[in-house]
Design a binder for this molecule. Structure first.
Ligand SMILES: *[C@@H]1O[C@H](CO)[C@@H](O)[C@H](O)[C@H]1NC(C)=O
Ligand SMILES: *[C@@H]1O[C@H](CO)[C@@H](O)[C@H](O)[C@H]1NC(C)=O
Ligand SMILES: *[C@@H]1O[C@H](CO)[C@@H](O)[C@H](O)[C@H]1NC(C)=O
Ligand SMILES: *[C@@H]1O[C@H](CO)[C@@H](O)[C@H](O)[C@H]1NC(C)=O
Length: 462
């Protein structure tokens, strides 16, 4: 198979950056030591994982360095080789990050549903060990003992939900590896300010999107190394689920606003030549603590146009861009109500008033569009109102709001992404409706993007 240019993978990644599914416990899989596997970087011993009598055992090799410890605000470089047998039985540090504040449950449920709060608490157990030296991946393989020569398809999980937090460590790949007979790879990439700062204050082009480059480096490591673990390097699927598919929207925001706020917060001069040298000397805690406020519905730091990793060819020369995507197949989709995670617990269970719906829609439109804001709000409100019914009780208003926000942030961007791919039989789109209940008056149990993988892993394991 001809190898596609690495940068052409970026739109694919944008489509697939995902939500975190989390295992119940914040620790590595336990078991007997596995075989020792020799890779081109060195040897590694992992752990044998047994998930009950019905699933064949798999082996987990954790914490492999896919790049050198990164230099702040620089692209990743080749991983070091090591001598001796590396201990692959435990996770290595996650990238520095900031979870939403979970310290006061009552306060947190004013901004998120209880289900999301509980999920973030479970995720937090995996995030206790943080370091800028965080470019590690984990390999779960069904190739054990005499089946070791098999060439299993490879699935690389890119975590998501936010460009500010998460870790591949939180997805226990052992169940999928065993049930699906695939090699599963999970990985960390740089997040937040360290992963996505855009320092192009003057119209010169300097690389941003370090986090995306980390993912590309991890895929390169997988291509070169996965055969030693029983994986087929010509059969690699990148997968995930969640907010990242909406990246095309994020790209249109103004990334320098956050850059300027950050510089002010740590007393660095916001000029092209002075900024990065100054930010490199700052303690990590100061960078993470600097007050950077993003408008609601937008991340402070996320993928942005830098002219190098992501250039505006994406928008201006669609046809030539699409041409670079021909060697990829894509399966993309949405769930019934991806935006339900953005309501508070009481809004999700009891519904919203007309005034709350209007103010949320207005905030969304103001923070995302530049022109005709009042007209946009009116049109959206009109189009998402069910005119066949006289009364609009709070739960019906809630449904209208969630559908409008889901369409704007997920359905439309995912559709646009899929539309960029060449028109042939290799592009698929799905709508996942499991778990939704639209009947009026009932408490819904929507299954949003963020819970999708988690639920799948649980139902597969039980
Ligand atoms: C938690 O947050 C709620 C709502 O904001 C507030 O009323 C309460 O005092 C807070 N509790 C603590 C212990 O800070
Ligand atoms: C990848 O592996 C799957 C499962 O074995 C197989 O169905 C598929 O044809 C393979 N794809 C390629 C491109 O080899
Ligand atoms: C920035 O400078 C101000 C005024 O000199 C000072 O009060 C503040 O502590 C400094 N902040 C940091 C993060 O160094
Ligand atoms: C930058 O973000 C802040 C905080 O959301 C906002 O008040 C300000 O208007 C933004 N400035 C620009 C130029 O977008």
């Amino acid at each position: 198979m001809e190898r596609p240019p690495l940068l052409a993978m970026v739109p694919l990644l944008l489509a697939l950056l995902t939500a975190s599914g989390t295992a119940e416990r914040g620790r590595a899989p336990q078991g007997k030591p596995s075989r020792v596997i020799r890779t081109r970087r060195g040897s590694v011993q992992g752990v044998e994982v047994h998930n009950g009598p019905r699933l064949p055992p798999v082996e987990a090799y954790l914490g492999l360095p896919y790049a050198a410890p990164p230099t702040r605000f620089m692209p990743p470089t080749s991983p070091p080789s090591w001598s001796g047998v590396r201990d692959g039985r435990y996770f290595r540090p996650v990238c520095p990050q900031q979870l939403p504040d979970l310290s006061n449950r009552t306060a947190a449920l004013l901004t998120m549903p209880a289900e999301r709060y509980e999920r973030l608490l479970r995720l937090r157990q995996f995030l206790t060990d943080e370091s800028e030296d965080c470019l590690f991946l984990n390999i779960y393989t069904p190739a054990t003992g005499e089946t070791a020569r098999a060439r299993y398809p490879v699935m690389v999980y890119v975590h998501g939900e936010s460009f500010s937090y998460g870790s591949g460590n939180a997805l226990d790949g052992s169940v999928l590896a065993s049930f699906g007979a695939v090699v599963v790879v999970t990985l960390n990439y740089r997040l937040g300010v360290l992963g996505f700062l855009n320092s192009n204050l003057e119209p010169v082009r300097a690389v941003a999107n370090y986090g995306l480059l980390d993912i590309v480096a991890a895929l390169e490591f997988v291509r070169l190394t996965v055969a030693a673990f029983g994986g087929d390097p010509t059969n690699v699927t990148v997968f995930g689920h969640g907010a990242g598919a909406a990246c095309i929207n994020f790209l249109m925001t103004n990334p320098l606003n956050a850059t300027v706020q950050l510089a002010a917060g740590v007393n660095c001069t916001a000029t092209q030549s002075a900024l990065l040298p100054c930010l490199r000397t700052q303690p990590l805690s100061a960078l993470l603590a600097a007050p950077v406020v993003a408008p609601r519905f937008l991340p402070p730091f996320g993928p942005s146009l830098d002219g190098i990793v992501i250039n505006d060819e994406l928008f201006t020369r669609r046809a030539s861009y699409a041409h670079r995507l021909v060697s990829y197949r894509v399966l993309a989709g949405v769930t019934a109500a991806d935006a339900d995670q953005q309501l508070s617990e009481s809004q999700l269970s009891d519904g919203v008033t007309a005034a709350q719906r209007d103010s949320t829609l207005r905030t969304y439109v103001q923070n995302t569009y530049s022109y005709h804001l009042n007209e946009l709000v009116s049109v959206v409100r009109h189009d998402y109102t069910d005119w066949s019914r006289g009364q609009q009780p709070p739960r019906r208003l809630r449904d209208q709001l969630v559908h409008a926000l889901s369409d704007a942030q997920y359905v439309a961007p995912v559709t646009r992404t899929v539309d960029m791919y060449p028109d042939d039989q290799n592009t698929y789109f799905y709508v996942f409706n499991g778990g939704s209940d639209y009947s009026d008056g009932k408490k819904v149990s929507w299954l949003s993007a963020q819970t999708f993988l988690y639920t799948c892993a649980l139902s597969v394991s039980s």
